[in-house]
Design a protein around this ligand. Structure first.
Ligand SMILES: Nc1nc2c(ncn2[C@@H]2O[C@H](COP(=O)(O)OP(=O)(O)OP(=O)(O)O)[C@@H](O)[C@H]2O)c(=O)[nH]1
Ligand SMILES: [Mg+2]
Length: 451
């Protein structure tokens, strides 16, 4: 992608995040609802993270993390990239205990790059591991997943999860100095077709996503035969083979660096918005229940009392639409077209059931209630029949509203990032514009099935 296109992706992301911050931040519209201090406090962490993501974009800082099990050479790979042994490496498991970030100064590049070293995934137990993996993934624009030798189940699982989280990554096969050429070829092929039989999942990687390196090759015994026949044995440390990875990273940065930053910020924003929506819906639960109940009562009464068929159907549908609008106002969430089809289906079903109920009240072509009400004018004993039919219809209508109220919650919650400049909409737009050769293009299918 050319730099202009990347710039435009970057600006779109910035605008989208800014819009989200404005919407959910101080100026959050609550219509005539008083601000809820508890809710404000509850969503503060998300708002701060959103602000952090904007700040990171403004600094044009791209984060590249190494990731993987213990002793795969995560720290060694960073040292090799830097060309300097800054991080401690060693054969013991768990040499690196905490994530550490190092600035990679590249004189040619405008972007700032942070290389983040992380502890081995298997070094930390259970939930903490998942948490660390999530945190590292959340702060990285690109992940270097370091493996060496056969892929273990934990590695497969971690790779699979990162894919699910829509993370751009490169699989770095380290320690190739330990393998003869023919083995490297078969490893390369196996890597491309990773699959796990027990879960029936596959994880196809394109050759572009796999790089083979030797970050800290083992020393070799060298025999020197001197002209005088003397034989000397010494140890020699071969140079690191890191150029393929360095070149790949440079290529990625120039091809899609800014777009990667943009998508990363948007994916973060999307998750944060979802969390804010969840918390809001949770906090406003009681008011929402009351609101839905009031509309349900109103619609039920209006339909029961209105003697003219069809008009009550239309009035009922309007009541449902008003309910959705009121819920959106209560939550302060935007109404977007996402999930709207499902919502409409429910509205139509609700109207349809009412229609059937009117037909079922005994008269032809839905004029039942109208005819009954006319008849009751002439014949007072028909009032009873009219009353029963109307009550039944009212109850059905109220129930319909109740269901619609419930479905609207999902609609507002899922749809909040799908409006104009919404995080999900913008991600989709950027990905559609991505060049075939980019990592982002590769992620398209994954992302498409996830959002
Ligand atoms: N043969 C060979 N050994 C390597 C290579 N890269 C790293 N090593 C060795 O592998 C061991 C582990 O390297 P580290 O970089 O400390 O691995 P790590 O993944 O950071 O490990 P932890 O911090 O413990 O999780 C060290 O003894 C390195 O010397 C390589 O390319 N070839
Ligand atoms: Mg380490």
């Amino acid at each position: 992608m050319d730099s202009q296109q990347q710039e435009s992706h970057f600006n779109l992301a910035r605008a989208s995040l800014q819009q989200a911050l404005t919407w959910y931040g101080n100026t959050r519209r609550h219509w005539h609802y008083p601000p809820d201090p508890d809710l404000k406090a509850a969503v503060r962490p998300e708002l701060q993270k959103l602000q952090g993501a904007i700040a990171k974009l403004d600094q044009q800082l791209i984060s590249i993390s190494t990731f993987g099990l213990v002793s795969r050479g995560k720290s060694a790979v960073i040292n090799a990239l830097l060309g300097d042994k800054i991080l401690e490496t060693g054969p013991l498991h768990g040499v690196t205990q905490y994530p550490r970030s190092i600035r990679w100064d590249l004189p040619t590049d405008k972007l700032k790059i942070d290389l983040i070293d992380t502890p081995g995934l298997d070094e930390i137990a259970g939930e903490m591991r998942t948490k660390m993996a999530e945190d590292v993934a959340a702060q990285s624009d690109l992940i270097l997943f370091i493996v060496a030798g056969d892929i273990t189940r934990t590695e497969y699982q971690a790779l699979y999860e990162l894919r699910q989280q829509q993370k751009p990554l490169l699989v770095v096969f380290n320690k190739i100095d330990l393998y003869p050429d023919c083995d490297r070829q078969s490893i390369f092929q196996q890597l491309q077709q990773l699959s796990q039989e027990s879960t029936g999942t596959t994880l196809p990687l394109t050759p572009d996503e796999i790089v083979m390196v030797a970050a800290e090759p083992q020393q070799l015994a060298v025999r020197i035969e001197h002209p005088d026949g003397r034989i000397e044995s010494t140890w020699e440390i071969p140079d690191a083979q890191i150029d393929p990875l360095r070149e790949k990273i440079f290529n990625i940065l120039s091809q899609e660096g800014k777009s990667l930053m943009a998508v990363h910020a948007l994916v973060q924003a999307q998750k944060l918005q979802q969390k804010i929506a969840d918390k809001t819906i949770d906090h406003r639960q009681q008011e929402a229940e009351e609101l839905i109940w009031n509309y349900a009562k109103y619609k039920g009464a209006a339909i029961a009392l209105n003697p003219i068929s069809f008009i009550d159907l239309i009035a009922g549908t309007f009541t449902d639409l008003a309910l959705i609008r009121s819920l959106a106002r209560l939550y302060g969430l935007p109404m977007t077209s996402h999930e709207a089809a499902k919502l409409w289906r429910n509205i139509l079903i609700s109207a349809g059931i009412l229609f059937v109920a009117e037909l079922g009240s005994g008269f032809f072509l839905g004029l039942g209630k109208t005819a009954l009400s006319l008849e009751s004018l002439a014949n007072p004993s028909a009032i009873g029949v009219y009353g029963t039919a109307a009550l039944a219809q009212g109850a059905i209508a109220a129930y319909g509203s109740y269901i619609i109220g419930k479905v609207s919650q999902t609609y507002l919650q899922q749809g909040c990032s799908w409006g104009n400049l919404g995080a999900s909409t913008t991600i989709q737009q950027i990905l559609q514009e991505c060049d075939r050769r980019t990592l982002l293009y590769r992620l398209q299918t994954e992302i498409a099935t996830n959002i």
